[in-house]
Design a protein around this ligand. Structure first.
Ligand SMILES: [Zn+2]
Length: 104
């Protein structure tokens, strides 16, 4: 439910009404019962400015995430090299056992 801002044409009294879109707009000032006008655009301008700031933040954030992912893939690569070392030591002990009876 949006909040509507009204300004009285007669006494200048500004007030807000929290009402549904389907609700009838306020026509009379609660102070002097004069004609009121709905203020549109003042709040929207602030929101537009904020969303602009947010989009810049989002852009730099996604850039940081991409750099992080590159680092993570590099770490997993070095991990697979370490597991290859373990299988290398098992073949070394096998060769040593078969070489002993051949020499003697
Ligand atoms: Zn008024």
């Amino acid at each position: 439910m949006p909040t509507y801002e009204y300004e009285c044409r007669r006494c200048g009294h500004v007030f807000e009404r929290f009402q549904n879109i389907t609700d009838e707009p306020v026509k009379r000032c609660p102070k002097c019962k004069g004609k009121v006008e709905r203020l549109i655009g003042t709040g929207a301008g602030v929101i537009f400015k904020g969303s602009g700031f947010y989009s810049t933040d989002y852009r730099s954030d996604s850039y940081k995430n991409a750099a992080k992912q590159e680092k993570a893939s590099a770490t997993s690569k070095s991990n697979s090299t370490a597991s290859g070392k373990t299988s290398d030591s098992s073949t070394q002990s096998k060769a040593g056992a078969s070489a002993a009876p051949g020499k003697a």
